[in-house]
Design a protein around this ligand. Sequence first.
Ligand code: HEC
Ligand code: HEC
Length: 204
Amino acid sequence: MPTGTIGLSQRAALFLAALWLCIPCFVQAQSVPERFKAVCQSCHGEGGVSVMELTPSLAGQPSFYAITQLFLFREGRRSNPLMTAMAKGMSDSDLRAFSDYIGKLPPPPATAMDGLVAQRMSRGATMVQEHRCASCHGADFSGGKQVARLANQREDYLLQTLKGFQSGERLGYTTAMNETLVGITAEGLQDIAYYLAHAPRAKP
Ligand code: HEC
Ligand code: HEC
């Protein structure tokens, strides 16, 4: 496990801690930044930059994308027991307030270029170009409106979520992502995740 990463074994404990913390946070009139710091950051990291395995950074996600995802979790249409538990108690105005807050957090910093495998970067860049990912996600992969930011997202999370879209396990608000990934090999998905986690600064 890379340093600075929190393992799966610690997640159950954090989840219980977060749930426990969450009870007062949803009944008391705490501000959204306070609630974000008390609850969401325990998994999504300080300022929404994640250091936890398989947990996405939220910082800089377009607020429309974030609210769509919170809505999908709340309605049980995006399945993740941790996040469904988080979203269940939220009102529509909570969803809006958290999403607005997330959209204003500065995006994750660019990763170091030392040690990047040039061949994987260039294979990933080619795949991304062939499949026209930037046509929806933006030339710098910063997303917009209901489309997710991908630049400098965690690689393990990107790979997991791409696999989920491809198998149909994760359903988006539309079927755009499920259709886009048809026919891409397992290695192709790995290269794409590797490239996007280090994009856009690290051009091959
Ligand atoms: C116990 C850990 C945990 C806590 C606490 C938590 N989350 Fe999450 N969150 C996750 C995980 C894990 C995922 C990814 C789920 C998946 O793979 O589908 C996620 C996904 C999300 C997403 C979708 C991101 C994307 O890129 O699609 C949003 C938005 C989100 N969380 C917001 C919140 C907010 C707001 C809070 C606080 C109220 C919160 N989360 C608290 C673990 C947590
Ligand atoms: C037709 C527009 C479109 C194209 C082309 C497209 N995407 Fe997406 N993508 C979306 C939308 C919309 C979402 C949000 C899905 C939802 O509603 O959950 C998304 C979500 C994602 C996510 C989830 C992000 C997160 O934080 O959970 C990943 C990863 C992703 N796209 C990668 C890609 C890659 C890689 C390609 C190219 C192979 C691509 N996308 C091409 C529209 C598109």
